[in-house]
Design a protein around this ligand. Structure first.
Ligand SMILES: Cc1cc2nc3c(=O)[nH]c(=O)nc-3n(C[C@H](O)[C@H](O)[C@H](O)COP(=O)(O)O)c2cc1C
Length: 404
């Protein structure tokens, strides 16, 4: 299916080593039905020629702001008006800094300033450049200006280093752009998501918890919002910024999470349990800090927490219920077992023993196991950012709701 039929995409190319990938990006966007016009910064022209981009896009390439000839034909304001979305890929650190500072000192920054359609920026740079506080602050500033950021991928870079900074894979960029035009897919639906760890108090200063960062749950909340859903995010303690437009309920313990879920779920269409809920809690919470004694060992007695996913999945009028299985061995087998034992509609299995995926990382590699009345199907997903996985999962959930 052509996801971008009739869509006008203004592709901005800046001067990074990944500029060669923008040639492929033009083709892939066109393959999906888009009409693509290209704007290049002077630096970008040192990396890839305007002639290549002109031949691929079948349109003249726009290069200069202060050009009397082009300004009389299709100047910066017309280009900004023409576009349904301005996509800058790759975006250099310097371009991001200029955009964050509100500059309009070349054609591309001026178009971004003038654009009333959405602007999407896909950074690409050396991992140290991306990690610099100045770059991160500029990236945050773009988000606050409602400019979407396609987070760079992690991997081997042209400079020989490994880390976050690679341009997001071209097919994933196309999918992210297509998703912007598919916002009605969960319109009118209420999606309740749990995220992060829980903390089970032992005494007033200590607790039992786990390494869950909340990244996957928060990314799912953003993807569901982008898809038009009303989202309630019930979150344990994390260092993450609350997604705009979500109703966020902050909790500490599994019991508090259960209460928040039960009061939010009444009109929910979808429940996604991503939180790493503690299986056990101390039988009682000491009123005073437990003191060190002469004894060598201390025994804590634990009791099971109520299983939130299972409780929701077994409600009479239950929402479409999705769980995550973070396992360290026999991942698929355990996940299948959990799917049937808890009566879930879908489970996303991942191996948290691999530190490059799961818990604290920005990437995830999963298998989606779906149960319908007829069969259980397993679909392995390649390694991808948690944002892209989230968009995929929301798409899959939407399809399941439509089929139900
Ligand atoms: C060989 C080479 C590769 C570069 N690659 C990148 C890159 O991948 N990302 C980046 O942010 N800057 C990169 N730079 C630096 C930019 O080219 C430089 O900041 C330039 O001013 C960016 O201009 P523009 O973004 O306005 O087009 C590179 C420079 C050179 C010489």
């Amino acid at each position: 299916m052509n996801r971008l039929t009739n869509k006008r995409i203004l592709l901005g190319v800046t001067g990074g080593i990944a500029a060669y990938k923008s040639a492929d990006l033009v083709r892939r966007l066109q393959d999906d039905g888009a009409d693509v016009r290209v704007v290049m910064t002077p630096s970008a022209q040192e990396f890839i020629t305007p002639l290549t981009m002109q031949a691929l896009s079948n349109h003249p390439v726009h290069l200069d702001l202060l050009d009397t000839e082009t300004e009389s034909v299709m100047g910066h304001i017309e280009l900004a008006r023409w576009a349904d979305v301005v996509l800058v890929a790759p975006a250099t650190a310097d371009f991001i800094a200029r955009l964050a500072a509100g500059h309009g000192d070349d054609l591309l920054t001026t178009i971004c300033l003038a654009a009333e359609c959405g602007v999407v920026v896909a950074p690409a740079m050396n991992q140290a450049m991306w990690a610099k506080p100045s770059t991160q602050q500029n990236a945050q500033a773009l988000k606050q200006m409602s400019i979407s950021l396609l987070e760079p991928d992690v991997g081997l870079q042209a400079c020989g280093e490994t880390g976050a900074g690679r341009l997001m894979d071209v097919p994933d960029i196309v999918t992210a752009i297509a998703a912007r035009f598919d916002t009605a897919s969960l319109a009118g639906r209420h999606v309740v998501i749990t995220a992060g760890p829980t903390r089970e108090a032992i005494d007033p200063v200590r607790y039992i918890s786990n390494h869950s960062s909340g990244k996957q749950g928060y990314a799912l909340a953003i993807a569901a919002i982008e898809a038009g859903a009303r989202v309630t995010l019930i979150s344990g303690p994390t260092n993450l910024e609350a997604p705009e437009r979500a109703t966020v309920i902050a909790i500490q313990s599994a019991d508090e999470m259960l209460d928040a879920v039960m009061s939010s779920i009444t009109d929910a269409d979808v429940f996604i349990g991503v939180a790493a809920v503690a299986d056990y809690k101390p039988v009682s919470i000491e009123n005073q800090k437990i003191k060190k004694t002469g004894e060598h060992s201390l025994t804590l007695e634990l009791v099971q927490n109520q299983d939130i996913l299972k409780t929701v999945a077994n409600l009479e009028n239950r929402p479409y219920t999705v769980g995550f299985a973070a396992e360290t061995e026999n991942v698929i087998e355990h996940a299948r077992g959990k799917l049937t034992a808890k009566n879930l509609d879908m489970i996303i299995a991942n191996n948290v023993a691999d530190t490059s995926i799961g818990f604290n990382s920005d990437q995830n590699e999963t298998t989606v196991i779906t149960a319908t009345a007829k069969e259980i199907t397993e679909v392995p997903q390649p390694k991808m950012s948690k944002e892209n996985l989230s968009r995929k999962l929301i798409e899959l959930i939407k399809e399941q709701l439509e089929d139900a």
